[in-house]
Unconditional design. Structure first.
Length: 569
């Protein structure tokens, strides 16, 4: 056992050494007669026990004791010695980390050795308790998979950083990132491989960030970097871009190269956020925008983005009430028979008469309605309203006039809904409209996922006598195989091809070939976006059966459409 005696009284030291030798001759004893030398010995050597005098010439024993503990001398047992019989002093010594307090007048070989053994046992218990607390702290603050800080530690650090930033006026930034399409890794290779990939990702991130930055894993494939004391916001943007750039290099594990990309959202205090909660929300919104715009990139939360998000949140609240408040309206665009110029149908187009923003086109709210799960209900309203309107116009038309049909757009969500068939049957039964006067339009993007299942859905609709149109043809993913698979009646050529009439022979040959392709398959071919007389003549000559566009009419409400196209007969 290695013992250090720190005592300025030589007589006391000799007495203590004599008592120790009488009890055990094999003890290794070192001495110091002042605090400075004692601390130096304790720092340079390992001692099992330190016998520390309370009164030293350069410092008192309590100060020495505190410094021993501050210098991480956790494992050494300390017994405080004093000639003062003072309960408060003894209590203070124990509180500051001594394992026992012994009066010098009571030092005997037996009592000293017993006190030392008891103190060592107490020190062992204290150390075990300290290690247990440390382990519990790590469990509370550390991510068990990657060893990074976890959500709890990050949130505590963020709160402190934001509070300090408000005092010091140096901004704090957070970079919120997650791994693009990580779910596919778990689904394809299993969660064990996914966990290994997350460990590799964390290792790479640690090599990129600054030493002063805090890197944490919030859960799943979501990581966050906390940047303190930014002198320039550009530092955060540069780090985010470096992360995105570095992840373009493959990660090698399992003897293979894995291409892993990440989307990053950046938020800085002072930019629409001055507290921890709002800062996280801003970073999350910026990350979501990065994903929306194609992934594998970083987005900075800006005032413009804040305004866009505020507007979206406002629209979200409003659109939930739009149907019940009767704010939706259908506009109609004429479809003209190219052979005789007569009305052959009309396309029903949804509009939202917003109470403060005015009339909104579908592009401003349809994606939001789909995201919120409102499209089934809205789509059914469109179908019901359009069919009832068409039936009303059929009644107004003279008997000798050919009855036009109504074209209604179906979203991908409606195509995958079990309510589609019952909804279509309901409107036909309720209105009495013959099915051949209803045409449902689908887009190429809506049928590309699970085409075999969609083919069954479309065939069931066609078996009811309802017509089907493939909208925006030429811009998506349709193939000859798809056209053979789906029971399409009408091929609608996208306006982007029609607008090229007059711009060059190559563009015109392509459009003519598309018309010819549809005619060969014995489909009705509709040219969309017809705006000029030149486009009308070209489309008629090259085989378009139906023309639709501003040349004949822009989309107009039911009253205007009735005046312009129904009451003329």
């Amino acid at each position: 056992m290695h013992i250090l005696i720190i005592d300025d009284d030589e007589v006391d030291r000799i007495a203590i050494i004599r008592a120790l030798k009488q009890a055990n001759n094999t003890l290794n004893i070192s001495q110091a007669d002042n605090a400075l030398d004692g601390l130096a010995l304790a720092q340079s050597q390992h001692f099992d026990i330190i016998l520390l005098d309370f009164r030293l010439p350069d410092r008192d024993g309590i100060e020495v004791l505190i410094e021993l503990r501050n210098n991480k001398q956790h494992n050494v047992t300390v017994v405080m010695l004093s000639r003062q019989d003072d309960e408060k002093l003894a209590e203070m010594a124990i509180k500051q980390g001594a394992q026992d307090f012994l009066l010098k007048d009571e030092v005997t070989p037996r009592r000293l050795i017993r006190a030392m053994h008891q103190a060592q046992h107490r020190r062992t218990l204290e150390e075990n308790l300290r290690l247990s607390h440390e382990k519990l702290r790590q469990l509370a603050e550390q991510d068990t998979l990657t060893g990074l800080a976890n959500r709890y530690e990050f949130e505590c650090a963020l709160q402190l950083a934001v509070s300090r930033a408000s005092r010091d006026t140096l901004p704090v930034a957070i970079l919120l990132l997650d791994i693009d399409r990580f779910k596919q890794v778990n689904d394809t290779f299993g969660h064990d491989v996914g966990d290994e990939l997350l460990i590799e990702v964390s290792r790479r991130l640690k090599t990129i960030i600054r030493q002063s930055d805090l890197l944490a894993r919030l859960g799943g494939d979501e990581f966050v970097v906390l940047m303190h004391d930014l002198e320039d916001v550009k530092q955060a943007i540069l780090l985010a871009n470096r992360i995105v750039s570095d992840f373009k290099q493959p990660i090698n594990f399992h003897k293979a190269d894995w291409m892993v990309t990440t989307s990053v959202g950046i938020a800085v205090t002072g930019d629409c956020a001055n507290n921890a909660v709002d800062l996280m929300k801003c970073a999350d919104i910026a990350m979501y925008r990065a994903k929306q715009e194609g992934r594998n990139q970083a987005h900075f939360y800006s005032n413009e983005l804040h305004e866009a998000v505020r507007l979206r949140n406002s629209l979200e609240l409003d659109i939930r009430k739009a149907l019940s408040n009767q704010q939706f309206e259908l506009f109609y665009q004429a479809q003209i028979d190219s052979s005789n110029g007569e009305l052959t149908g009309m396309e029903a187009l949804l509009r939202w008469q917003h109470p403060t923003r005015g009339l909104l086109a579908p592009g401003e709210f349809i994606a939001l309605a789909e995201e919120l799960g409102l499209m089934i209900e809205i789509g059914q309203w469109v179908l019901d309203t359009a069919c009832k309107q068409l039936l009303h116009w059929h009644v107004l038309l003279p008997r000798h006039v050919k009855r036009p049909l109504i074209a209604v757009n179906l979203s991908a969500i409606q195509l995958h809904s079990k309510k589609l068939f019952t909804g279509v049957d309901h409107v036909l039964n309720e209105t009495g409209l013959l099915p051949q006067y209803l045409e449902l339009e689908i887009t190429e993007s809506a049928i590309i996922k699970n085409p075999e299942k969609i083919a069954v859905v479309l065939q069931t609709i066609a078996n009811r006598g309802i017509r089907l149109a493939l909208d925006d043809f030429g811009t998506g993913y349709s193939s000859f195989e798809h056209l053979k698979l789906f029971p399409i009646h009408n091929l609608k050529i996208d306006r982007s091809f029609v607008k090229n009439v007059g711009s060059g022979e190559d563009a015109e040959r392509l459009l003519a070939a598309m018309f010819n392709f549809g005619n060969t398959l014995e489909l009705i071919v509709t040219a969309e976006g017809v705006e000029t007389t030149e486009q009308v003549e070209f489309c008629k000559q090259k085989g378009a059966n139906v023309l639709q566009g501003y040349h004949f009419s822009k989309p107009i409400n039911a009253n205007e459409f009735e005046k312009q196209f129904i009451n003329v007969h």
